[in-house]
Write a protein that binds this ligand. Sequence first.
Ligand SMILES: [Zn+2]
Length: 369
Amino acid sequence: MAEIEKKILFERVAGQDRVKGILASSLEKNRLAHAYLFTGPPGTGKDALAVSMALGLNCENGTIGGCGICASCSRALRLEDPAFHFIHPVPTRPKSMKEEKYQEILRERAMARIANPYKPVNFSPEMTTLPVIGIDQIRGMKQETRLMLFKKGYRVFLVSQAEKMTLPAANSLLKLLEEPPEDTVIILTTSVFGQLLPTLVSRCQHIQLDMLREKEIADALTVRWNAEPDKARFLAKAGGGSLQRALELFEGNFEQKRELALELLEAMLETDPVVQLDATESLMKNAEKTEVQDILQMLLMLLRDLQTIRLGLTDRILNADCLMKLQEFSDRYPDLDLNRAARSVFRAIDFVQKNVYLPLILSSLNQTL
Ligand SMILES: [Zn+2]
């Protein structure tokens, strides 16, 4: 029985069985807190869990975690339900942009986030200022709590990335939490717990999400995004515990990046400096900083696979679809010091993060491999 229940609870959320269990049991016992704080590293599904919980609180089918298809769930997912409000950081309106257009963009991004909470919101190219949660957004929330709800159920506010609240906004929210309105549940989410006002934190029931296991990420990718199992397994590993990261790779042409990583490796093992320089230059031309980082990560995984092949464990490699190529590569460079190579790539990734000049990083990578 417990097994069956576990399967249908919060099915829109990947992994997090322990946390789902805690929430489900307080929902079943009707012991809801006025406010929740969901914390955990990026990509673990804080917003996914919060959206799911919000849907479930008013779901007409009574599904814990929301069915996603009843009238109430559908309205909430379209952001047209007066009982569900999504508050997240937004940029200020550029002077040249009409208010109408501004609202349209905000609405479109908010809906995309609700539809897939594992995908980060990006306001560029239309807007480039730093997104924050301002006092006006919290005032809007307060106003809503004064209106009557015309149905049974809960009014739910999801304040996503709560650390991005301005200080006045945070203080205003604190006042609301000190006198919690009836039948209202406020869910805050953040991956940087330490940046919230301690007074805010103490008013919320704190729920810490777990890192996702690779299998949970792979399962989510195959079931929800139709990734092939081999690819999903690889992406789960590459995502390092973050479904968000794995999805970014999935949608960001990772095969091409892996191809570039292999080319880079080959060029670096060339003794001819002209060939090395060519490869470095073409990489610079074709890739931005974030892409270089991705390519270096791919390179690390290729090195790990080469090591695995050397140990004769070919069934354990991550890039299973490239087995032939890797085998060939392994035969061609039997003397390559893989540990040393991996250390160089680790260092290069570190340099990229520290904003060291890219050509310098790549040329030093050439010399150390
Ligand atoms: Zn429903």
